[in-house]
Design a protein around this ligand. Structure first.
Ligand code: GDP
Ligand code: IMO
Ligand code: MG
Length: 442
């Protein structure tokens, strides 16, 4: 099946027959950046709805490689309106750095193609410090966070009186007092708990006031922008960050991030009615990885894991930490698929598995010798889970030049078909390399 030109375009368009949410089905870094960029060819609007600069989405365009942390991936296609939604926790320093980098590399970014919700919460210096202090104090019991201040910022969002939203940066008259109060409070807590030196509220005010001024042209009521885009039947892609198993409610708590980063978070995080989204494309890699702590039943802390890590360049996009690697966990992914109502799947990084004599797929877990009926996102259950595997024949060769599914070695085709069967949803895209062109449509 050779899909070229208009045929390929019509398939991409059909993914966008109705609005689409892209969601990671594992523990992050499934290649969401690549797939959002691919799908965005036919989109009008791309919205980030959760998380913050803890995300790292990679896009390869020709020989250029970009890593986005806060900017929606639609930023690489000039016709797209990119929205940073209210559900995002926004670190202005990280955003402005990303903007500067991309502008310097020749991308056209202006209020014509980027808007930031005034409702988004701001990651402040004390959030990043608290994240680091807490992790350090916890020692081996830490979460292994990215230390981007994500958890403390979301916690303040819920506390309300200690939060700062993007809108607050625009009200300079009130901002100084607000920062002074919160900073004073944090200084007392940090000194008592971590013996930390005090932060300078005035310096923080001046820095964040200036960030606010730089961001001002982009700040908007994105709720109404999105409502209006929906009324005009624009094609919208909701760009999920992180993944289902890192969702604060549905993931492997407490080893999760602090947002609703499954597809379920898009409604509140972007501000969109449930009926507005038709397609839920789940992204999964052909094996498993996870960064930071937490249970990982199919982890291969051995030569297999090292082989995958080196071939897949499995080092964090945000922190450069080596990612933990293991076999594909169909038991866990099926849970993600069912939870989010995934309608089709993009399978990525299949090329990485070339050269292995045999490949294992986890089809279930046993706890104390008893098979579990379904995946249970509970830390205490998962530490005792023993994976049940089935073994498949491996394949040789470089898959990254394949341009049709049928060009893949038969063993690789069989592997994809088996994953499809286990996940219960069509695998409509197979990615065999980081570039746009290394995407096989089925
Ligand atoms: P995200 O966070 O889900 O967007 O994923 P990351 O960008 O953090 O990590 C995925 C990595 O895999 C990036 O370096 C991508 O360029 C790369 N990548 C994506 N798809 C493929 C693929 O099919 N094959 C290979 N070899 N690399 C891929
Ligand atoms: P993308 O969007 C992989 C993990 C961290 C840590 C846990 C909590 O690139 O797939 P946090 O800093 O969020 O409080 O850390 O969540 N984590 C991710 N792992 N990819 C991500 O994002 C991640 N975002 C958070 O490693 O274990
Ligand atoms: Mg990533």
């Amino acid at each position: 099946m050779g899909l070229q030109g208009s045929e390929r375009h019509s398939i991409v368009t059909s993914f966008l027959d109705g609005n689409t949410c892209i969601v990671g089905l594992q523990w992050g870094d499934e290649g969401k950046g690549k797939i959002v960029d691919f799908i965005a060819e036919k989109a009008d609007v791309v919205v980030r709805y959760c998380g913050g600069a803890n995300a790292g989405h990679t896009v390869r365009i020709g020989s250029e490689k970009y890593s986005t942390h806060l900017l929606p991936v639609g930023i690489f296609r000039p016709h797209i309106m990119n929205i940073i939604g209210n559900g995002v926790v926004l670190d202005p320093e990280a955003l402005l750095k990303e903007l500067d980098e991309f502008l310097g590399r020749g991308l056209a970014i202006s209020p014509a193609n980027l808007r930031i919700s005034f409702k988004a919460h701001v990651v402040m210096p004390w959030h990043k410090l608290e994240d680091a202090y807490r992790e350090k104090a916890a020692g081996d019991g830490g979460i292994g966070t990215t230390q981007r201040g994500i958890g403390p910022c979301y916690a303040d969002k819920m506390h309300r009186t200690t939060a700062i939203r993007v809108a607050d940066l625009q009200h300079e008259d009130k901002l100084a007092k607000r920062i002074e109060r919160i900073c004073g409070d944090r200084n007392k807590v940090f000194a008592a708990l971590y013996d930390a030196p005090p932060m300078n509220a005035r310096a923080i005010f001046e820095q964040y006031r200036d960030f606010g001024r730089k961001m001002r042209p982009f700040v908007d009521d994105t709720t109404h922008l999105l409502i209006s885009a929906l009324k005009q039947e624009k094609k919208i892609v909701f760009e999920g960050a992180h993944a289902v198993l890192l969702d604060v409610d549905h993931g492997t708590y407490p080893y999760v991030t602090s947002s609703n980063c499954s597809a379920l978070g898009l409604y509140t995080g972007a501000g969109a009615p449930p009926k507005s989204v038709k397609n839920f494309i789940g992204i999964m890699k052909a094996y498993s990885t996870r960064v930071g702590g937490g249970p990982f039943p199919t982890e291969q802390d051995n030569k297999i894991g090292q082989y995958i890590r080196e071939r897949g360049n499995e080092y964090g996009t945000t922190t450069r930490r080596p990612r933990r690697c293991g076999w594909f966990d169909a038991f866990a992914v099926k849970y993600s698929v069912d939870l989010c109502g995934v309608t089709s799947i993009a399978l990525t990084l299949l090329d990485v598995l070339s050269g292995l004599e045999s490949i294992q797929i986890c089809t279930g877990y046993k706890v104390n010798g008893v098979a579990m009926d379904s995946f249970r996102a509970d830390m205490d259950t998962l530490v005792d889970a023993v994976p049940v595997y089935e073994t498949h024949a491996g394949w040789e060769g470089d898959l990254s030049e394949c341009r049709t599914f049928e060009q893949l070695p038969i063993e690789a085709q069989n592997y994809v078909r088996r994953l499809e069967q286990l996940c219960g949803v069509p695998i409509s895209m197979v990615s065999v390399g980081p570039e746009r062109s290394a995407t096989l449509l089925r």
